[in-house]
Design a protein around this ligand. Structure first.
Ligand code: IMP
Ligand code: MG
Length: 178
């Protein structure tokens, strides 16, 4: 089985890039249907969502804008409860349809904080698209509108996701070997 070593941890292949691409195409088709006639603003959460966002947006065929935000919430393989916003939005989002693009929704704490933050600026609608979702780790109530692939509570790397800064460039997704 294909494995990679990143610093002190070993990872084995978990989701192939083919499967990832199919799930991204499915999300794009749904968004193209749901948001037809609107000009949504895609808000990409850096760094993890950069690869997913690039692939997703190439399949979006409606007029749209794209912007980027950045937080820090993760230290190595443990989620921290303190989510800091590092780069904010410059666009006026009042009355607009936002589609937040994330690499993974785990506990949901990062996204929940962000949603509560941007609601203050009165967007018309907020939709969430995530490549990966860990339903068993999720502790919040918001609706995740578009999910690529649901995964168990294992730490994963690749396709944008990192372990301590490394592994984002891997095409496939790997899971940690305990
Ligand atoms: P949450 O706040 O627990 O939902 O986690 C949010 C962020 O933690 C995600 O946007 C990821 O950047 C990171 N994260 C969560 N789970 C993993 C994982 O399995 N691998 C790599 N990063 C992860
Ligand atoms: Mg992220």
């Amino acid at each position: 089985m294909k494995t990679v070593k990143i610093k002190d941890k070993k990872f084995s292949i978990f989701i192939s890039s083919d499967k990832i691409q199919k799930s991204i195409d499915d999300i794009a088709q749904k968004i193209n249907n749901d948001v037809k006639g609107k000009t949504p603003l895609f808000v990409v959460v850096l760094n993890g969502a950069f690869m997913f966002a690039a692939e997703l947006l190439k399949e979006i065929n409606i007029n749209c804008e794209i912007s980027f935000v950045k937080f820090s919430s993760y230290k190595k393989t443990k989620s921290s409860l303190n989510v800091k916003k590092l780069i904010g939005l410059n666009e006026d989002i009042k009355g607009r349809t936002l589609i937040i693009v994330e690499d993974i929704v785990d506990s949901g704490i990062t996204m929940d904080n962000f949603i509560n933050d941007i609601k203050k600026y009165e967007p018309k609608d907020i939709k969430i698209a995530t490549l990966l979702y860990k339903p068993k780790a999720f502790t919040k109530n918001f609706k995740v509108d578009y999910v690529g692939i649901e995964i168990p509570n294992d730490f994963v790397v690749g396709h944008g996701l990192d372990y301590d800064g490394l592994g984002r460039n891997l095409t496939d997704i790997y899971k940690i070997i305990e």
